[in-house]
Structures are given as structure tokens and as C-alpha cells.
Ligand binder design. Sequence first.
Ligand SMILES: [Zn+2]
Length: 320
Amino acid sequence: MTCLQCTPTVPPVLTAYITHSDCARHEMGAGHPECPERLSAIQDHLLIKGLLDYLMPYDAPLATLEQLGRAHARGYIDELIDSAPVDGYRHVDPDTNMNCHTVQAALRAAGAAVLATDLVLSGQTPTAFCCVRPPGHHAERGAAMGFCFFNNVAVGIRHALNVHGLQRVALIDFDVHHGNGSADILREDQRVLMCSIFESGIYPFTGEADNGPNMVNVGLPSRSGSEAFRAAVTDKWLPALDAFAPQLIYVSAGFDGHREDDMGNLGLVEADYTWVTRQIMAVARKHCRGRVVSCLEGGYVLSPLARSVAAHVAVLMGAD
Ligand SMILES: [Zn+2]
């Protein structure tokens, strides 16, 4: 018989959940798929699934110019901030617009990755999920594109490397689109291993030629489905990650490869996001005490987005 008073209480392992209301004030026009409702759909579903009670909520801070400058050219940062419209929209590319709240939202999104890094590396939590927008993985060192302004994961990664002094950080990107911005920023940085899987032949039409010494970019044909996705993870990512032995893992968590999301056509389902997150966590437990920082990227049909994020977060927090 166990005496409850004598039983040492083990605090539950909580995942940090970092977001900010400013992230919902950036919008790019009626009907734009990268819409503020993405965040509320995710949060509502996490609540319904009973997961939100087990997440540690944090407000995303504003990234500083110094933090942004580790991933972006200073001239680009200044130009973006200075060009924010007072009202209406400024068109950055055919799909990417700024409103008067965009800069604040983008600073919060990048700041979330910095805070997540600090929380995980200080031991306050092993895992963190940044539920933020705008997304980041298409943003290059000197260019906004593809709904992205600052490359949130790259800002977080450089914070881990340059401020916390880590020597090996992995970036895993399972968005249906290639993370051209992350590759642009991190390609020459041998402290980083980038592993991505994306659909070939769709926006941004890059990635196939990015297999440098620190890049494992795998393009899959349209309609590849779960089996090919899992085989690519097993055959391409996992051996590279094991050999690299990362001290921290970042995830560019895009869910637009879901079969109900019309942005791509990979044909993935929630079970694939559960499975891939389990693989990531297994690498993290083996090499870096389970430390994972995940940042939301794509995913545009609200219901599958919310369900897929819940599947991903449940594994991050050890509930699945
Ligand atoms: Zn995407």
C-alpha cells in the first residue's frame, strides 16, 4: 500500500506553448489562406482535445534587431520595418502582403523561437511549440516571400548557436513546400543539419539541388502518400540525424501535406504527423535529452490543420 503523503510528487513534463494575440492581427486580405483563423482553430482544437491544460502558455516576446540580424541582412530588416503600410496593404510578392500589424506579428513569431530556445536550453521544459504566424521557412536572408517575413526557426537556431554556444543543431522541415529560406540562411553553416521532405515540382521550386554537406532535402512526387514519406524519413533523415548527434532539434512544422489540404498533394494524414514526431522525439531522447523546439509553418485548411497540430503536440508532450 502506498502512502500518498510519502509518495514523491513528480511534476508532469509540460510543453511550452508560445503564441501572441498580435499574431492574429496580421492578415493579407479576404480569402487569403494564411489567415488569422488558423491560430484560433488550432487553439480551439487543443482545448477540445484536453491538451491545452497540459501546455505551459507563454506570450511571444518581440525579437530584437540583434536576434533578427543573426539570420537576416540588416538592410532587409530595416527596409521591411520601414515599409509597413499605415493602412491597406503593401504587396511584397503576388501571395504575400503586409498590413499595419504585420511587422509586430512577424517580430512576435521570431521572438517565440528565441523564447522557446531559452526555455528548452535552460531546462524549464524539454519541448516547446510556437503557435505563431506569419510562418517563416520561405523567408530568405534578404527577402520576404511565400507568406513569410522573418525566418523564425533560423532566428531561433542562430540564437542557440551564437548565444547559447551550441555546436550542432538539427532542423527538420516536413512542410509540403521546400524551406528555401532556411536553406538560403543555413546552407553554409556547418553547425546545422537541415533535413526536409517536400513535394517536388511545386512552390518554391527549389530543394532538389540543395543536398550540400549539411542538407538532406528529399523531394517526393505528387501523391506519394504515407508509405513513401515514412520511407524517406527512415532511409534519409534518421541515419543523417544519428550521425550528426544534434544537441537540439528544431522543427519547421508545416501541415499542408495533409490530404485534405489543397496547397499540396502529398496525401499525408494525422497518423503520419504522429509517427514523424515520434521519430524526431526518439532522436532527441537519444542525443539531446529530448529537447525539441517546434515552430508552426504551413497548413491552411482549418480542420486538418488543427487535428494535425494536436497530433504533433500530443507527441511533443509525451501524451501519445
Ligand atoms: Zn507550406
